[in-house]
Design a protein around this ligand. Structure first.
Ligand code: 6R9
Length: 649
């Protein structure tokens, strides 16, 4: 990589930042040389009921993997996010809610947050929820989503948030897998001027939900929704029946805080389990230093609470720090592409954290939407979710930050709970497109993909793995520890394997090159190709399906499907539309294929394995990179596929 593209840390950034280069170097060294001492010290940022005496006990030896942090400590995460701020920040805004329709913002103070969360927690108890029970949260971006999460944390229930854009089928599977007691939803979910009938989706999911599961409904709009007696309860009615006080349940540091399902390369989505102590230490600490959060700052992360970014950097990290966190119900393009900048101007947003796909979409709408807005309060810009192309990075830096605001390109995963690799605004010279440097306590290595050998030094490329643990690492796959161990610890022994490719350049900067498994990244959302394939083959017309990603200007990657039809079924445009709609309704709008090609035959090896490499190259129009096709059972299949390539929209 060209050293010329490096942007030095400006004096202004240095002078306001909590961590300068010398501090970064010193703390990083300490965190690696003496992790016990380092994390014992930094665990003090949290209020413990019983301070931990043990810091870490980690075993990465396959297959006996076990990860524990602060294991004899006791705390309550909700207390740390709410109660402990009441004394000196009670009247300060905790949640700044920006509703779908502009001009309807609401400020919820820490005092009010406390009242809402206590009531909510009492309602859950009234519905029979106890410590350790699972609660599914299927809500749009409304304050009640945060109340619900914090209420669970308060009483020791384990929440599982399901993205409100997911289909009834996806909701049903997650409720059943986690054996939840309650599903929390809203009657309607307004977004971008349209309202999704969320409760209706939930009703559909309930047709396949096993056991005695209750449904708690938030009245977001005036619209009515049918309620089932004995199963469905309005939140506002229940709140009228319960008291205002609710004690915080003392939790062990290793008690689960939440489950969050995420896509993998095989099978069903995995229930990623995060626990209490290490998670809140690490998310609050990264939030403070990566975003250089200072008391009084207005912090905005545009993610959805349905994803890990919403958990760690809208709700838990910021609130544990007593920050004002902006919760955004709408989309960056509603009512037009200036929405984000209007919100930044109106609320004097200091930190703005979004995804490359949003930046590319806004860039595509032109600079006129940014121009003329007073963005002078912005101190930090952030990105997450996928590699950011330098063009989008430069646009963000120049048009939004006026070349005066550092960008933190934060690399991490659902599994890692918090940010692993990122520049720090006062310490790290910036390179457009590079996730840059490890956060404290994180020891990344680049491995040679085949041999697993560690590639030392700079100027190397391979896959990225992490030596040793950090406090917010996932602990297990819900009800399937073996899957956890096999997915992340089997291939490269002694390391946590991220399933991402990466390089370390001549300056020691880390660049993430993307997934090396069958996961594609659509608008920053992880999608297992296997999930889309199984949705397709669930349709009666389909006998076989293969799904690959291709580069997409706005979404990062798009979804390209190859479909073999059942004997006697004729391909047609109508059937193509029907299959695309089918995937959309089976999984959700984010899984809608961008192209679907009928393939009478798939390119297969003689042992019957579909050669996805070839399908990928065809979808990418890289016909000169098809490579060796001689091992195919029938090489002529490829010509047919090339001739019938589909327009990718
Ligand atoms: C937080 C989140 C994780 C996958 C990850 C990687 C990609 C995330 C990135 C990035 C390059 C960044 N990813 N941040 N790639 N640069 N700054 O996104 O979690 O939804 O689990 O996705 O996203 O491929 O493995 P999750």
């Amino acid at each position: 990589m060209n050293r010329m593209t490096m942007i030095e840390v400006k004096d202004e950034w240095k002078s306001r930042a909590k961590i300068d280069k010398a501090t970064y170097d010193e703390w990083y060294k300490q965190s690696i040389d003496d992790p016990e001492g380092f994390w014992k010290q930094h665990a003090k940022r949290i209020d413990w009921i019983k301070e931990p005496t043990k810091v870490k006990s980690i075993n990465y030896t396959y297959p006996d993997v076990s990860i524990k942090w602060f294991e004899d400590g006791e705390l309550n995460v909700c207390y740390n996010c709410v109660d402990r701020h009441l004394k000196d920040k009670g009247d300060k805004t905790a949640i700044l809610w920006e509703a779908d329709e502009p001009g309807n913002a609401q400020h919820i103070t820490f005092q009010q947050l406390h009242e809402h969360v206590c009531k909510f927690a009492n309602v859950l108890k009234e519905l029979g929820v106890q410590k350790g029970d699972r609660v599914v949260i299927y809500l749009p971006m409304i304050p009640q989503a945060a109340y619900a999460m914090l209420a669970c944390a308060r009483i020791g229930a384990i929440h599982s948030v399901v993205f409100a854009g997911f289909s009834p089928g996806a909701l049903r599977d997650r409720v059943n897998d986690s054996e939840a007691k309650v599903v929390i939803t809203a009657n309607h979910a307004p977004r971008g001027g349209k309202a999704t009938p969320l409760k209706k989706n939930t009703d559909k999911a309930f047709e396949g939900i096993e056991g005695d599961v209750k449904c708690l409904v938030v009245k977001r709009t005036g619209d009515d929704t049918p309620m089932t007696d004995g199963r469905d309860f309005w939140l506002h009615e229940m709140e009228g029946k319960v008291g205002n006080d609710c004690d915080c349940e003392p939790m062990n540091a290793e008690d689960p805080l939440f489950i969050l399902y995420t896509s993998g390369s095989t099978g069903k989505p995995k229930g990623v389990v995060h626990t209490s102590g290490g998670y809140i230490v690490y998310t609050s600490m990264t939030h403070e230093y990566v975003f250089d959060y200072h008391p009084g700052d207005i912090y905005w992360c545009t993610a959805d609470v349905g994803w890990i970014t919403g958990h760690s950097y809208i709700v838990y990290g910021p609130l544990a720090n007593g920050a004002t966190t902006l919760v955004f119900e709408s989309t960056p393009t509603y009512p037009d592409a200036s929405r984000c900048w209007k919100v930044c101007e109106e609320h004097k947003v200091n930190q703005f954290y979004t995804a490359p796909t949003a930046i590319r979409a806004l860039m595509g709408k032109g600079r006129k939407h940014v121009e003329g807005h007073d963005l002078s309060a912005l101190k930090i810009l952030g990105t997450v979710g996928e590699p950011i192309n330098p063009e989008a990075w430069n646009w963000y830096y120049e048009e939004v930050g006026h070349s005066n605001v550092p960008i933190v390109d934060t690399y991490w995963q659902t599994e890692t709970g918090g940010i692993l690799i990122t520049p720090l605004p006062g310490a790290t010279p910036l390179k457009p497109g590079a996730a840059s440097k490890p956060f404290f306590g994180v020891k990344p290595v680049i491995l040679e993909p085949q041999s697993g050998e560690v590639l030392e030094g700079n100027g190397v490329e391979g896959v990225i793995a992490i030596t040793d643990s950090w406090p917010s690492q996932m602990r297990t796959v819900y009800k399937d520890h073996e899957r956890f161990v096999n997915t992340y610890f089997q291939q490269y022994k002694g390391y946590y394997f991220t399933e991402d490719g990466a390089k370390r350049d001549e300056d020691g900067y880390i660049w993430i090159t993307g997934r090396v498994d069958d996961v594609i990244n659509v608008s920053g959302h992880r999608m297992g190709t296997a999930e889309v394939e199984s949705a397709l083959v669930a349709h009666k017309a389909v006998s076989e399906a293969a799904v690959v990603g291709f580069p997409h200007d706005v979404k990062g990657q798009g979804i390209y499907c190859y479909v073999t039809l059942m004997e006697g079924t004729e391909p047609s445009d109508d059937l193509r539309d029907e299959l695309i709609k089918h995937v959309r309704s089976e999984i959700g709008p984010i899984a809608k294929p961008d192209a679907l090609q009928f393939a009478p035959d798939m390119p297969k090896t003689r042992s019957g394995k579909i050669m996805r490499r070839i399908l990928r190259k065809i979808a990418e129009d890289k016909l000169d990179e098809l490579g060796d096709t001689s091992t195919l059972a029938d090489p002529s299949v490829v010509d047919h596929l090339i001739e019938n390539r589909q327009n990718k929209g």
